[in-house]
Design a protein around this ligand. Structure first.
Ligand code: NGQ
Ligand code: ZN
Length: 454
């Protein structure tokens, strides 16, 4: 058992000073107490926060971040971006996926994320033939998590159709394809790989476009447990229109109609939710997975977050396509989207917490932890020791009252203020450096050169 002393730490009831955290050799927090530092204590070099869960990632898309920002068509949209994304999908090898993901996960750690839920749908070879090892691609994701040390929940996405009502897939989508039987087989391989590094896995349906009601029911009846269940939903108005044309219901409405939506569910985006749907989601225990920088980048629209929070809704954040790999930037843009929409300031504050940053950070920790299905998200006994230390010597932080620390960082700071990062009791980032970063940079650069040449 070691003890980490922090001059200021973000506990369930807000900032506390002189906090001593007992961490066992397995990396779990065993005690949290108040008191002066003892001679053997390790000292955090600044304010201590729980690390942020990143509840939605498509790791391979990091390879194209910033490379699809060229106006090629006056109607450029999510759907034209998707065509560019599919070009990348058509070329990636397992080695490249691992190199991209490893590099990305190290970036995530430095950006304040200590766990990631990988919404994984690139399963097979180009054309759709399975790899000799059915779980080859998923094992590359597990390998990346292992090399970086980040906490992982793998979400193998079920993807069998190209539109509502079981439409066939396009050729370029065949790498994603499984039927229910092969999907369940794939999960067996993923379960084995996850056990090796103490990662979690959950169930996942790519979208209502990609899975039929029968598919979803078959998967859910094979795995009825407590695992998280993720799905993309209502990100685009076209998806809402297609769903209405097909079923006479909106996507969120359809989902709540057909399934018991409980705390296992994480609804990714839910951008175009009607007031009734906002109410339904808010009054269920599901988490909404918001990815503000990707949603902005893709021109999705703005989620009604203010109304959702007023309905008691739970949310977490994800970096999704990784145009930004920064917990701070997701939270900041979540709030800024609401300000731009409502033409007012300080929109997302909750309960008795007037500081917007405090509400954003706490809510995203809680929602993220739930959606990952892991014992993380707070500095408390029984939770994994996933911690972020801000640079206490930074003049912008050193001069600020403890109650303003989070706001100072989220609205006035940047990722460079993240100094040290711990996952499961191990320091992975020390003084802004990760021990694996040089090797990861090299492998990433090699993968990028090869991709650019094809
Ligand atoms: C994805 N990504 O699966 O990677 C999706 C786009 C789709 C985002 N929505 C593809 N950010 O939804 O069909
Ligand atoms: Zn996504």
């Amino acid at each position: 058992m070691k003890v980490l002393y922090a001059p200021h730490a973000w506990l369930a009831d807000g900032w506390q000073s002189d906090v001593r955290i007992g961490i066992d050799t397995g990396g779990t927090i065993r005690s949290v107490s108040r008191g002066a530092a003892q001679p053997d204590d390790e000292r955090a070099a600044g304010p201590l926060l729980p690390g942020m869960p990143n509840l939605h990632s498509h790791a391979f898309q990091r390879a194209m971040a910033g490379l699809a920002e060229e106006a090629l068509n006056p109607e450029d949209s999510f759907w034209t971006w998707r065509e560019l994304m599919y070009r990348l999908v058509g070329r990636l090898t397992p080695e490249q996926v691992q190199a991209i993901a490893t590099h990305l996960y190290i970036e995530m750690l430095k950006g304040g994320y200590t766990a990631v839920a990988e919404f994984h749908y690139l399963h097979h070879q180009p054309g759709g033939t399975a790899y000799a090892n059915l779980a080859e691609m998923a094992e590359r994701i597990v390998g990346a998590a292992e090399a970086s040390g980040i906490g992982l929940t793998v979400l193998p996405a079920f993807y069998a159709h190209g539109g509502f009502g079981g439409q066939p897939l396009a050729e370029k989508q065949l790498r994603f394809k499984n039927d229910v039987a092969r999907y369940l087989k794939l999960i067996e391989g993923i379960d084995r790989a996850c056990r090796r590094i103490d990662a979690q896995w959950g169930l996942c349906f790519h979208s209502l476009r990609a899975a039929t009601e029968a598919d979803m029911k078959a998967v859910l009846s094979a795995h009825g447990g407590e695992r998280p269940i993720h799905i993309h939903i209502a990100e685009q108005t076209k998806e809402v229109q297609d769903c209405l044309a097909w079923s006479n219901r909106r996507p969120v409405e359809w989902l709540y109609d057909k399934f018991e939506i409980d705390r296992r569910w994480c609804l990714i985006h839910a951008t175009h939710a009607s007031p009734d749907e906002v109410h339904m989601m808010g009054h269920s225990e599901a988490v909404v997975g918001l990815c503000p920088t990707t949603e902005a980048n893709l021109g999705d629209g703005i989620f009604p977050a203010q109304e959702f929070l007023a309905s008691n809704g739970a949310f977490g954040i994800g970096s999704d396509s990784h145009v930004s790999v920064s917990a701070l930037e997701e939270l900041r843009w979540l709030e800024y989207g609401q300000r731009l929409k409502h033409e007012r300031r300080n929109r997302l504050s909750g309960g008795n917490r007037p500081e917007v940053a405090d509400t954003l950070y706490t809510a995203a920790l809680q929602g993220g932890a739930q959606a990952m299905g892991q014992h993380i998200g707070s500095i408390a006994a029984g939770k994994r020791a996933d911690l972020v230390v801000l640079d206490g010597a930074h003049p912008m932080l050193a001069s600020v009252a403890p109650a303003k620390l989070l706001a100072r960082w989220l609205f006035g700071g940047n990722d460079g203020w993240v100094k040290d990062v711990m996952v499961g009791g191990k320091w992975l980032v020390k003084d802004r450096h990760h021990a694996g970063e040089e090797a990861a940079h090299q492998a990433f650069s090699a993968a990028m050169s090869a991709l650019m040449a094809t």
